[in-house]
Design a protein around this ligand. Structure first.
Ligand code: NAP
Ligand code: FE
Length: 362
């Protein structure tokens, strides 16, 4: 994992000279509000000015950024002749930063971007997460909303591993409760899916279990909404560890099925995963019972029913979906690349069943 990670309060200011090494002009990529609300944008601008580094700001990143959205950012980066990117935000701005790093020096369409075959080496990236969930600051993946496939589609290339990541929970202190919970479960989902993935290894297993264990220590605080700096820093660390895991293993079917919920129903990414996790564990239990028992043990839970109760306490599941919708979601999700990583072989019918059990009234 080639990203150099700095962790802790004020780590950005303490290590600010790193940014100078990345280039002469930065494009700062952030969401409409997250850069400002987190305080990270103000800190970065201050550093740019203090160090005399030229910069421009692209603060139009949408949630679940679309191809069109990153194309706009890419054109802006080319126009401004930026030679490095600073991504500030949740997974959406961080993933957009990766696409913009490619497009800053390669004027290409969506298929070109997804090909990962670029004429010029993407410009370097520094990542400052303001949510504790996606781990995008340590992954070589960018997930984009792509209308052509009626879903989200990712590209993965070593070139977009951020060079530096700065993990300071100060920037997550203002997160609303719902975003805190959703993103925390996204991280948990990465650790669980990575741990159960056919691509897992003893190294990623070790890291995944540590991530799950730390999430376990935060459960009471999440339930009670008692989120101080230390708990938020733990969640940020746990999310980064889970990011390292999926950088190696990829995700499995929870993520690809969740993409349909986000694409068609605007369900936030982490919440979409949360709704599917209990049934995913039940589905895989017959081939991965030892590993699933270990996950439950790290979370201090007796069985999958306990786990489901926790998820239901953390996120609302109104079970409003129809059989027709479920079939459409599954039809798209079964084509995703990560299906083959799942420990148990998955068919279209299996995905329909998992979605139905998770999302439809009994
Ligand atoms: P997000 O879409 O980046 O942000 C969710 C919401 O939280 C936005 O409204 C955002 O505001 C707000 N927000 C962010 N930081 C804040 C702060 N500190 N204070 C107040 N509000 C804040 O959510 P996310 O769950 O972190 O990222 C989801 C995206 O990441 C999805 O597209 C998902 O597919 C992707 N993802 C990527 C990877 C990977 O490996 N690359 C892994 C998992 C998920 P703004 O709109 O103003 O930004
Ligand atoms: Fe995710």
């Amino acid at each position: 994992m080639p990203t150099k990670v700095f962790i802790g309060r004020d780590c950005l200011k303490q290590e600010e000279e790193c940014l100078e090494q990345l280039g002469k002009k930065a494009i700062i990529v952030t969401g409409k509000t997250s850069g400002r609300k987190s305080g990270a944008l103000g800190d970065v601008v201050e550093i740019m000015q203090r160090r005399g580094i030229d910069y421009c700001i692209f603060d139009k990143v949408e949630n679940n950024p679309s191809i069109e959205n990153v194309m706009e950012g890419g054109a802006f980066a080319r126009e401004e002749k930026a030679d490095f990117v600073i991504g500030i935000g949740g997974g959406s701005p961080l993933d957009a930063a990766k696409a913009i790093a490619v497009l800053a020096v390669n004027d290409m369409d969506a298929e070109g971007l997804y090909s990962c075959n670029y004429d010029k080496v993407p410009i370097p990236i520094a990542a400052i997460p303001t949510t504790a969930g996606t781990g995008s600051e340590v992954t070589p993946t960018s997930v984009l909303t792509y209308r052509a496939v009626e879903s989200k589609k990712s590209f993965t290339t070593e070139w977009v591993f951020p060079k530096y990541a700065f993990l300071d929970a100060t920037y997550t202190m203002n997160l609303p409760k719902e975003v805190t919970v959703n993103t925390a479960i996204d991280a948990l989902s990465h650790a669980i899916e990575g741990y159960l993935s056919l691509k897992s290894s003893i190294t990623t297993d070790y890291i995944a279990l540590e991530s799950i264990r730390i999430f376990g220590e935060c459960i009471d605080n999440l339930l009670l909404d008692k989120m101080d700096f230390d708990i938020r820093q733990k969640l940020l660390y746990s999310s980064m560890l889970a990011g390292i895991v999926i950088a190696h293993t990829g995700t499995t079917i929870v993520h690809s099925m969740g993409y349909s919920l986000t694409y068609f129903k605007d369900v936030p990414h982490g919440r979409a995963n949360a709704l599917l996790l209990p049934e995913y564990l039940r589905f895989n239990y017959c081939v991965a019972d030892k590993k699933i028992d270990r996950i439950l043990q790290e979370l201090n839970m007796k069985n999958i029913d306990d786990f489901e109760n926790l998820i239901n306490e953390l996120v609302k599941n109104d079970k409003i979906y129809t059989r027709d919708e479920i079939e459409k979601f599954a039809g798209i999700a079964i084509k995703a690349r990560n299906v083959i990583n799942n420990p148990r072989k998955v068919t279209l019918e299996d995905e329909i069943k998992i979605l139905e059990n998770s999302l439809c009234k009994a």
